[in-house]
Design a protein around this ligand. Structure first.
Ligand SMILES: [Zn+2]
Length: 339
């Protein structure tokens, strides 16, 4: 299977992470790339550098206002006297009023959902290359490959059309899905990350050409808290085209696979032309986030079940944080998928 990743994706190196109010090192580290590359290579993947696809595939999902913000906010922030090294918001609108603030501080609050996605000099470049890895994977699947793996880092599924959040800036899975629509009528996105794919859900919430399905820890006591419930089913033309399967904390392989069976039946009923898998490996029992209890061999069984759908598939990396088994978990998934 071809895998895509660019060196520029390592440059984004966020320092700060507020966890329960305490400043801690940000867990979305560049070192994740080395572990994931090792995992992909061990599964026999060929690692390929993506091409620069420009703004078009990004602008197909994200607003021009947001793209301009991501591109320029770091320089603007540095002009504020006494500002932090990284762009981190300190005010958020409770609800959007339609008014767009002129100040860098106001815009940071407008475009950033939380404090987990600090922006530095290299963030925009890394986010673009991460998105282009997803676009390139979609291209080879459009060209006839059964599957491709995009090593997307920074990840994407918490990013909305114009809001960053939870380590995510550009929604790589959404960008891949939109790209697949160039020669597909219907695309499904299956998100198996520990956390609900709230950005992806938000982007396609009123559309029926992309079915969004997410398995994740019940948000009642877990990030992203405000999205991910079973009664969020879409709206307008998209009503019935969003499907959430919240799981109890510490769900093991058996429970996850049972929910995946339900998800797969929904995907089959949608009859898509292609599939995007938002692959979070943070459902692992030893992941630092510790929300679910999927085992290393469990990822192979999850992949086998998804592969059984028989769809052209773009696998897009989401979460999965530094732990001893990160490489092995990816190898397990990718070999299970090819099996
Ligand atoms: Zn996650």
């Amino acid at each position: 299977m071809k895998s895509f990743c660019a060196d520029e994706q390592r440059k984004h190196d966020p320092k700060m992470f507020l966890s329960s109010g305490a400043a801690r090192p940000n867990p979305e580290k560049p070192a994740r790339i080395e572990r994931l590359l090792a995992g992909a290579k061990a599964a026999g993947c060929e690692i390929v550098r993506p091409r620069d696809h420009g703004l078009k595939p990004i602008a197909a999902i994200h607003t021009p206002e947001y793209i301009e913000f991501l591109e320029n906010i770091f320089l603007r922030w540095q002009r504020i006297e006494g500002a932090s090294d990284e762009v981190i918001p300190n005010i958020h609108p409770r609800a959007r009023t339609g008014r767009y603030p002129a100040s860098a501080v106001g815009q940071a609050g407008y475009h950033m959902a939380d404090t987990a996605c600090p922006i530095s000099a290299d963030t925009w470049g890394s986010a673009c290359w991460s998105a282009w890895s997803a676009v390139e994977a979609a291209e080879v699947v459009l060209a006839g490959e059964r599957a491709a793996y995009a090593l997307c880092r920074p990840p994407g599924h918490h990013a909305f059309t114009d809001v960053a959040g939870g380590f995510c800036f550009l929604n790589n899975a959404a960008i891949a899905a939109q790209h697949l629509l160039k020669s597909s009528k219907r695309v499904a996105i299956l998100d198996v990350d520990l956390h609900h794919g709230n950005g992806t859900q938000g982007i396609f919430y009123s559309r029926n050409d992309v079915l969004t399905v997410s398995l994740h820890v019940d948000p009642v006591r877990f990030y992203p808290f405000f999205w991910g419930n079973a009664d969020e089913r879409g709206e307008g033309d998209g009503l019935g085209y969003n499907f959430n399967l919240p799981l109890p904390l510490k769900t093991t392989d058996a429970g996850f696979l049972a929910a995946l069976e339900v998800a797969n039946r929904r995907i089959e009923a949608y009859s898509p032309d292609a599939l995007v898998v938002a692959l979070g490996l943070d459902a692992f029992e030893g992941d630092p986030f510790g929300g679910l209890s999927v085992s290393t061999p469990g990822f192979a069984r999850i992949a086998e079940a998804i592969s059984g759908l028989g769809l052209p598939t773009v696998i897009v990396q989401e979460g999965g944080y530094l732990c001893d088994a990160l490489s092995a978990n990816l190898t397990s998934f990718l070999t299970g998928f090819i099996h």
